[in-house]
Every structure is written in C-alpha cells, then in structure tokens.
Ligand binder design. Structure first.
Ligand code: ADP
Ligand code: MG
Length: 729
C-alpha cells in the first residue's frame, strides 16, 4: 500500500480515546467561570460602575469614557486574577470566522520598567490596521484605519490566557466591515417594530428579543488521515474519492452509540463550552458516518452567534487534543449527507411571551397568527434574499442536492396552521367584522392544541419550517456565520412588522375596531404570501416546476443568487430598517463574489495538482504492470490462447488510458477557463465565469479519477479512501 496512506490508516486505527480532565466540581460551579458576567462585574466593579454599566447594557446606551475607565480597571483585575497577560478585540470580519490582534497589558512606567495597564480607551475602541481585511472597496488600502468598538451587550471572556473583548468593526466613515454591526442593527430594528405590534395585544411589552438556537453539524476525521489528504488540508473537503460500499444506507449511525474516542472529544468540548458560558446541551451522531451535532440551549441572537463562532474555533482546538480534525465544510464527502447549521429562531417579549407560541385565549391566538403571518409575508417577499443570505461556494454543494434543503425557499407550517390559514383566507368580510367586533375570535384559532404543535410532523425537506414555537431556518451552512441569515431574516421581518403596524393604525383611525383591523391585515398577508407555503416534498422535481409557477426564486448559480442583495426591494428594506446603506450592500457583494471565486480557484488548483501529480502517475504505473504482464503472457502462449487470456486486461488498459486522457484534457481545459476568468475585471462576472466554466470541469475530472480508483491496485492508491476515513472506531 502507498506508504503514506498505509501509515496513516494504521495510526488512525490504533488510536485510543484520549484522556479527559474532568473537573472535580459539578458544571454549575464552573459554568461561565471564564466570562466577565454580571456576577464577576458585581464582584470586581465599584457599585456605582456596576449599576451604570448594567443600565447601559439593558437600555442599549453608550457608555462614557469615565465609566469605561472604571470598567476596564475591574476587568483587568479579574483578568490578572485568572492568569491573563494579553487582551484582544475579537471581531467577525467578512472573511468568516473571527479575528483577533493580541496586545500585552504592559505599559512603560517611566522608570525603565513596566506596569500592567489597561485603560477604558483600550477597552472601548481600537484602530487595528485592518487594510488586509476584505471591505469591497469601502476603505482604500492607503486609508487603513478601521475601528473596533466594544459591544457591551456581549460579555468579555478568556481564551488561552487572553482577555477577548467582543467588538464591532467599522470603517473610518462608519460603514460596517463585519457581521456584528449589521446584526445589532437588525436586532434593534426588529425589537422596535415587534414591540409596537406586540403592544396591540399587551400594553406591558417594552422590548422584543430575537432568539437563536443553532444546531452545529460537523465531521471528525483522524488527524493522520487528514494529513494524508492534501485536498482536506487545503480546501476542507475531499475533491475526489469513490463512495464507500457501506455509507449511510443502513441508517445505523444516527442516534447510534457514540464511539469512545468521539465521546471523549465531546465531553472535553462540553466542559470547555460550559467554562465559557456556552450552554451546550445536546450531542448526538448525525445521519452520515463520522457526522455529529452539538446544540446549545437557545439564547438572545447576538450572544448565541458569538457563542457559535467561539464554538467553531474551540472545536478545532479541542479536536487536536484528541487527534481529530473537525470538518465544518458543508460537503466534505460526496455521496453522503453534508453538514448544515439549523437556525432555530423566535421572537419573545420582555414580559416572557414567545410570540410564535399559541396561547390559551382567542386574543393570544390572534397574536400568534399575526406574527406567523408576518413572518410568512416577509419570507415570501424576500425569499430570494434569504437564499442569498445562506449561499456560498461551499454551501452550494448542499443546497439543491438530494439530501439537503432545496435551492428554493418555502415555509412548512404543518397541518394545524395550514387549516387555520385556509379558514382565515376564505372568511368573508362579514365574518371578519363579527369576529373582530367581539373580543374573541373563533376560527379554530382559539383551539390550537399546543401539544400537537410541538409534535408537528417534522418535514425534513423544508428549508424553513415552523416547529412548535419557533421557525427553523435549515438552509444555513455548517461553516457559515449565522449572522448573515439572522441579519436578513430579522430585518425583513422588521420591515413587515412596520408596515403591519402602519396599516392597522390607519384602519383604526378610520374607526374600525382594533381586532377587526388586525384580522383584515392578517388575512391580506396570508393571501398575498400564499405562494411561500409548501408542506410537500421539497426534493421532488414537481416542486421545482411548481415553485417556478408560483414565482419563487429558483436561481441555482450562487454568484447570481447574490444579486438579490442589490434588488430595489432589498435596498429599500435594508435602508428603511437602518441595517445596510446601498454602499455597504454593494461593497459586501463585491466581497461575496471575490470570496466565491477564491474558494473555487483554490479547489481547482489543488485538484489539478492531485490529478496530474498524484493520480495519473500512479494509474500509469499500474497500467504498465498490466501491459508488462500481458506482453509476457503472450510470449508464453500461442497467439489465439494469449489473446483470449489477456482480453480483460486489454480492455482495462484501454479504459484506463481513456480516463487518464480525459483527466489531462479536462485539467488543461480547467486551467484555461481559470486564466480566462482571472482576466475579467468585474468581480461578479469573474465569479460567474468560475461557476459556469471551472466548476463543471472539476466535476468531470473528479468523475474520471473516481473511476480510476476502482481500477488501480488498492496497494498503490496514494490517498486514504472514503472507507478508511469515514468509520471511527
Ligand atoms: P431538532 O434537532 O429536533 O430540531 P434540537 O433539540 O437538536 O432539535 O435543537 C433544537 C434547538 O432549538 C436547540 O438549540 C433549542 O435550544 C432551540 N430552541 C428551542 N426553542 C427555541 C425558541 N423558542 N427559539 C429559538 N430556539 C429554540
Ligand atoms: Mg433542528
């Protein structure tokens, strides 16, 4: 067997579960011990500072320089008590992931020594030289300054003896260069708009929070096998590899016993999560072999997203202690399920009501239907945009493929809500007047059995499903920053809520009763957004045709999907909700196209190298062994007998030559397609060229390599095979 592969396979299969340092205390003792939360604030800050800071956090107010100094002082003492020497502003650039620049606490003391120093100024604002972060042309390279500023709504935490300060990242002129800034703007917009509408039903409501519960799917691969696959190392996915004879067809992995090595990793990871205040809650095997999931208890969206980003980097680190590599790519292996990150999303009032939860009284249920109808209308109006918000070069392998949500956004509601929708939609004006005139309404709305809703048949094919008291946006990719989806969704819903409020107010002014006005508007929304509602099988071809007829966005080319951000209705929506200016939208799309191109470009280079320098040489070597053998057989036997004996080999040799010829030819074609694309000025057109010309060539190359894998002597094949990578013992 190829030496490297053999060594890797052996190393991986000999590996035992790594030991885990289990804390002596129970989780409640060490939970959030590395977070400067209110408990620590109370301990380390003067009472007055504590009061002012928590007031500012609760009321979303800026803090003064004086207050910042006092906070920084307490924070520094806490950090030093915990062995910390450095601090960093921690932000979420458009490249994805997180960025940090570490500084030591030390300052000159003027006497030739140093003092440990951390002022409010350093806490609140910094100017990282950020010219090398993508900005889509907003900030010219010579104007290198970008500001990072503390997001006081997200607590400071310690990782690797470093104090991490969650920050937003903006340009000198105030444009967002990150994911957090627009997310906070969208959350504010939805808070304001939803509060107004919630107050139709309950005057006590002061704020509405957006909640996010993500479910992170991932693959684990042994590090030795990973290291022997240049494609995994460089691109996060296998660019070639024939399906294993056994993969997920027996459905024996899902909820199966967790292998001991993996269980040790999960436990270790959970302990780390809990120390950092990430409420990791659920873990299990996923559908594909080596695929797993971690889900926390849901939290306020901004915090939940910080926690997801932190988790993703934490996973990579903890995995190393267990000789694993975590694959967050949406489709690391062909032929088996890819990984997503379901975004469970809901809105809830500061009075403790979940707004997508049916209640006990008719009024509560009218509120419930109001919010459901508003979400449906927003998702309908912006279905193309929502798809754009989850699209990427990597997620493209999932969407539209047979296992994942289709590349069409629709909403699954389940039967009970579908029935109510139908009844509301078909109700007459007279009915609505009587219903709205009374305090109560009785359209089945009043009798929604809560328990039934919780068990709503889980339609796994829907990209956006109602699941009891929340919506589940399932099309989000496993490696994505959830903020992208959460920005688009919360902003779109905020816009719809604002419109709803305006329309209801106008009706009430015309002396309609409030509930009648609400019912009328809900009915209007339902009728208008009917096309988005689909409870059937999202994978079927019928649905594609039907969705097209319904006018839903069916574009599948990712670079073109991004156009949705620049549609007039998107620009208007983002502008009115204050989430993005048109300039920001344009700049961010440039970054999206550029990132798309770069991802494919890297993959294409790696594939070209593997094809020509790893696969073709090995196949040629094996082929010449066959040729050699054939020639020898022919010298041993009379012509007719010799021909008969070698007929099968001849055909193998011929087919191998054909595969290799196509591989060389297609690699040549792929390189030329790249050269041509690289010469294109416009980022959008370049990305389209990569999508249209480079990607298909890559797929053809892979097809022929996978065929060769089945023909070449197993001992000679250079790369670990799927069956060797996919089954951790
Ligand atoms: P499933 O895989 O069946 O969808 P999980 O238990 O794996 O369910 O994940 C459900 C996720 O949804 C968890 O993160 C949970 O905290 C979250 N969740 C539950 N209720 C809400 C809600 N009202 N808003 C947001 N997220 C929620
Ligand atoms: Mg789920």
């Amino acid at each position: 067997m190829s030496l490297l592969r053999f060594k890797a396979v052996k190393e991986a299969s000999d590996r035992k579960a790594a030991p885990v340092e289990i804390p002596a205390e129970r989780p409640e003792r060490y939970y959030a011990e590395k977070v400067f939360n209110r408990e620590k604030m109370f301990e380390y800050l003067p009472k007055k500072t504590y009061d002012q800071l928590t007031y500012a956090i609760d009321n979303k107010q800026p803090i003064s320089r004086e207050l910042a100094d006092s906070v920084a002082d307490g924070m520094k003492r806490w950090a030093i008590d915990n062995g910390v020497r450095h601090y960093t502003h921690w932000f979420h650039p458009l490249t994805g992931g997180t960025a940090e620049k570490h500084d030591a606490f030390i300052e000159h003391d003027g006497k030739g020594g140093v003092v440990e120093e951390f002022s409010g100024k350093l806490l609140v604002q910094q100017e990282p030289d950020a010219s090398s972060f993508p900005n889509g042309g907003i900030r010219n390279t010579f104007e290198a300054r970008g500001y990072s500023a503390w997001d006081i709504s997200s607590p400071v935490f310690i990782v690797n003896e470093t104090l991490c300060i969650p920050t937003i990242f903006i340009s000198y002129t105030g444009e967002s260069l990150d994911f957090k800034t627009p997310l906070l703007r969208a959350l504010n917009a939805v808070d304001e708009a939803a509060t107004e509408v919630a107050r139709f039903f309950d005057k006590e409501v002061r704020h509405v929070h957006s909640y996010l519960g993500w479910e992170q799917e991932y693959f684990l691969v042994d590090e030795a096998l990973y290291a022997a696959r240049p494609d995994l190392v460089m691109t996060g996915r296998t660019l070639m590899g024939h399906e294993s004879a056994k993969n997920q067809q027996l459905e024996d992995h899902y909820f199966g016993a967790i292998p001991s090595r993996v269980a040790a990793f999960m436990l270790d990871l959970e302990i780390e999560c809990h120390r950092l205040g990430i409420p990791a809650h659920t873990r299990h095997n996923e559908v594909a072999p080596n695929q797993f999931e971690l889900a926390p208890i849901f939290e306020e969206t901004n915090l939940a997203n910080d926690h997801n980003l932190l988790l993703m980097s934490l996973m990579a680190e903890v995995a190393k202690r267990h000789n694993f590599r975590v694959l967050l790519h949406e489709k690391p292996f062909a032929g088996i399920n890819g990984s997503g990150k379901h975004n469970n999303w809901s809105l809830g009032t500061d009075t403790g009501t979940l707004l997508f939860s049916p209640g006990k009284t008719p009024r509560e249920n009218l509120r419930f239907m109001t919010f459901v109808a508003i979400v449906m209308a927003a998702v309908h109006r912006h279905n193309a945009l929502l798809k754009a918000s989850i699209s990427s070069a990597t997620n493209a392998h999932r969407l539209g493929a047979n296992e994942a949500p289709p590349a069409i956004i629709s909403i699954f509601t389940g039967k009970q809500i579908a029935d109510i929708i139908t009844r509301l939609e078909n109700s007459t004006e007279d009915e609505l007047i009587t219903l709205g005139g009374k305090e109560g309404i009785d359209m089945g709305v009043a009798q929604i059995p809560e328990i039934m809703l919780d068990n709503t048949d889980r339609n796994r094919t829907s990209p956006f499903a109602f699941t009891g008291n929340r919506f589940e946006f399932r099309a989000v990719g496993s490696s994505a920053n959830c903020a992208s989806a959460m920005i688009a969704l919360n902003a779109a819903v905020a816009e719809q809520l604002r419109e709803f409020k305006k329309n209801v107010d106008a009706r009430v002014e015309r002396e309609e009763s409030l509930y009648h006005a609400i019912l009328e508007e809900v009915k209007k929304l339902i009728t208008k957004s009917k096309a988005i509602h689909f409870d059937g099988n999202g994978y079927s071809d019928d649905w594609k045709a039907e969705a097209e007829r319904r006018g839903l966005d069916c574009e599948t080319s990712v670079p073109k999907i991004f156009d949705a951000y620049l549609r007039p209705e998107s620009v208007k929506m983002f502008g009115e909700t204050g989430v993005f200016s048109e300039l920001e939208l344009k700049a961010r799309n440039e970054v999206k196209w550029e990132t798309y191109t770069k991802k494919i470009q890297i993959e294409a280079r790696v594939l070209g190298d593997l094809a020509i320098n790893h696969i073709v040489p090995v196949a040629t070597r094996y082929q010449s062994i066959l040729v050699d053998n054939m020639v020898k057989l022919k010298t041993l036997f009379p012509v007719a007998k010799g021909n008969a004996l070698t007929a099968a080999d001849l055909s193998t040799i011929e087919r191998m030559s054909e595969h290799m010829a196509v591989i060389k030819e297609e690699t040549e074609r792929m390189i030329n397609a790249r050269k041509k694309a690289n010469a294109i000025e416009s980022e959008r057109e370049k990305a389209i060229a990569y999508h249209d010309n480079v990607v298909p060539a890559m797929e053809r190359i892979r097809y022929h390599i996978d065929k060769l894998e089945l023909m070449v002597d197993n001992e000679m094949w250079p790369l670990p095979k799927y069956r060797e990578m996919l089954f951790i013992r």
